[in-house]
Ligand binder design. Structure first.
Ligand code: HEM
Length: 393
C-alpha cells in the first residue's frame, strides 16, 4: 500500500499522479486518516468509473476497514444515498431552479466590483482572505436569496472553517451549518419568501417535518458543498495566470470566456477526487481486482492531466500545460454521469464574469511570490492556496 497524500501532494500532486498512471494506473493507497482505498488515476478508467453503476456513492455498500469518506450525518447526505429515481428528481429540481435564476453573469460582476472596492486600493493584500473567501458568501447569498443575517452567518462559517488560521472542528462546523439550514427552512415555511431557497423549501420535498428528510440535505449542498471549490478555483486561477501573462491576455480577449474557465477547471482540478464510490460487487479495473464493499477513489485531477487524453506540452512536473483556448475540453473537473455537478450551467458564466471583472478592476493583479512559495491547504480531496499574497499596482 502506498502513502501519497502528504503536504507536498497538496501543493504539487502532478509528479506522483504521473508515476501512478505510468505504473498501471490503479493502486491501493493509504488515505490521510489511515484507512486504505483504491485510487484510479488514468482518464479512461476514471471516466468509465464515473459511469459505472457497480460503483455506488451510497455508504451502505461499504464493508470492512476501507476509507468511508467525510462522514456527512444522515439527513444531509441525500445526493450520495438516494436511489437513482430520487436522485434524478432532486437533481432536476435544483437544475430547474438554477435555470429560473437566469443569467447571473451581470449580477456576479456587480458583486465582484463591491468586493474589490473593499480592498480599498491596497497595493498588496492576501487574495484568499480578502476576495476568494468572502466572495462566494456574497454571491451565494444573493443568488439563493439569503437575508442579511443568514448571509453573515454563512460568511462567519466560511471564515471559521477555511481562513488560513482556522482550526475547524467537524462538530462545530456541522452545528453552524445546521443552524443556518434550520433558519432557511423556518423562513421558507412562513411563505413570504420568493427566493430560490424559499421556493425549494415549499416545493414539498422532505414532507412537512422540515428538518428531516431530503430538504436539509439539499440545502446543505446548495449552501456549503461548493463553497470551498469556488474559493479554490478563484485563488488558483489568479496564481496560475500570474506566471502566464499570455494566457491571461487570451482569456480576457476571448469572445466566450467559458472556454478558458473550463481549461482553468481542468488545469487546477480544485476537486481532486470524486466522492468515494463503494464497489457493489467484485469487479476488475485495469487488471486489478476490487472486492465488493471496497472503496474506490476516482482521481479527477489525475484524469485531467493524463497526456493520453489531453494533448499539449507536458510540463516538467508532469502537468499538461494550461491552454485557455483548448476545445473540445472533455475534462472531468465537474464529474460526469449520474452525479456530475448540478451547478455546471451556472458556474461557467459566473466564473467567467468574476474573472473578467476582477482584472477589469485590478488589471495588474498578480501573485507577490513564486508558485513554489505559496502555501497550499493540505486536504486531499480539494486543492487550493491557503494564502495568496498579491500585488495590485
Ligand atoms: C468551482 C466550482 C465547482 C466545482 C469544481 C464542482 C465540482 C463538482 C464535482 C466534481 C462533482 C461530482 C462529484 C462526484 O461525482 O462524486 C459535483 C457534484 C455536485 N455539485 Fe458541484 N462543483 C462546483 C460548483 C457547484 C455549484 C455552483 C453547485 C450548485 C449551485 C454545485 C452543486 C453540486 C451538487 C448538488 C453536486 C452533487 C450531485 C450529485 O451527487 O448528484 N456545485 N460538483
Amino acid at each position: 500500500m502506498q502513502t501519497i497524500f502528504d503536504a507536498e501532494f497538496a501543493r504539487e500532486p502532478w509528479p506522483v499522479l504521473r508515476s501512478l498512471r505510468d505504473d498501471g494506473g490503479v493502486h491501493r493507497v493509504a488515505t490521510p486518516d489511515g484507512p486504505p482505498a483504491w485510487l484510479i488515476t488514468r482518464y479512461a478508467d476514471v471516466r468509465a468509473g464515473l459511469l459505472d453503476d457497480r460503483l455506488s456513492t451510497n455508504l451502505r455498500y461499504s464493508r470492512g476497514d476501507d476509507y468511508r469518506g467525510f462522514a456527512v450525518p444522515e439527513p444531509l447526505d441525500v445526493f450520495q444515498s438516494s436511489e437513482p429515481g430520487d436522485l434524478a428528481r432532486l437533481r432536476s429540481l435544483v437544475v430547474g431552479e438554477l435555470r429560473l435564476a437566469g443569467d447571473w453573469s451581470e449580477r456576479a460582476a456587480e458583486l465582484v466590483g463591491k468586493c474589490v472596492a473593499e480592498v480599498n486600493g491596497a497595493a498588496e493584500f492576501d487574495f484568499v482572505a480578502r476576495v476568494a473567501l468572502p466572495l462566494p458568501a456574497v454571491i451565494l447569498g444573493e443568488l439563493l436569496g439569503l437575508p442579511e443575517s443568514e448571509r453573515d452567518s454563512l460568511a462567519a462559517w466560511a471564515e471559521a472553517t477555511m481562513a488560513p488560521d482556522a482550526r475547524p472542528r467537524a462538530r462545530d462546523t456541522l452545528s453552524a451549518m445546521q443552524r443556518i439550514i434550520s433558519a432557511v427552512i423556518a423562513r421558507g415555511r412562513d411563505g413570504a419568501d420568493d427566493t430560490m431557497l424559499g421556493r425549494l423549501v415549499r416545493s414539498g420535498i422532505g414532507g412537512t417535518a422540515g428538518d428531516s428528510g431530503e430538504l436539509p440535505g439539499l440545502l446543505f449542498y446548495l449552501l456549503f458543498v461548493w463553497y470551498e471549490v469556488l474559493m479554490d478555483v478563484l485563488a488558483g486561477a489568479v496564481l496560475t495566470l500570474s506566471t502566464r501573462p499570455e494566457q491571461l491576455a487570451e482569456l480576457l480577449s476571448a469572445a466566450d470566456r467559458s472556454v478558458a474557465v473550463d481549461e482553468l477547471l481542468r488545469f487546477l482540478s480544485p476537486q481532486v477526487l470524486a466522492s468515494p464510490r463503494f464497489a457493489t460487487t467484485d469487479l476488475v479495473i485495469a487488471g486489478r481486482s476490487i472486492a465488493a464493499g471496497e472503496t474506490v477513489l476516482l482521481c479527477l485531477a489525475s484524469a485531467n492531466h493524463d497526456p493520453e487524453r489531453f494533448t499539449g506540452t507536458v510540463e516538467s512536473n508532469g502537468a499538461v500545460a494550461l491552454d485557455v483556448r483548448r476545445a473540445p475540453n472533455p475534462h472531468v473537473a465537474l464529474g460526469h454521469g449520474a452525479h456530475a455537478c448540478v451547478g455546471t450551467a451556472l458556474l461557467r458564466p459566473v466564473l467567467a464574469s468574476i474573472l473578467g471583472e476582477l482584472y477589469l478592476h485590478l488589471p495588474r493583479l498578480r501573485a507577490a511570490d513564486t508558485e513554489q512559495n505559496v502555501p497550499w491547504r493540505s486536504g486531499f480531496r480539494h486543492r487550493g492556496p491557503l494564502t495568496l499574497p498579491v500585488l495590485a499596482r
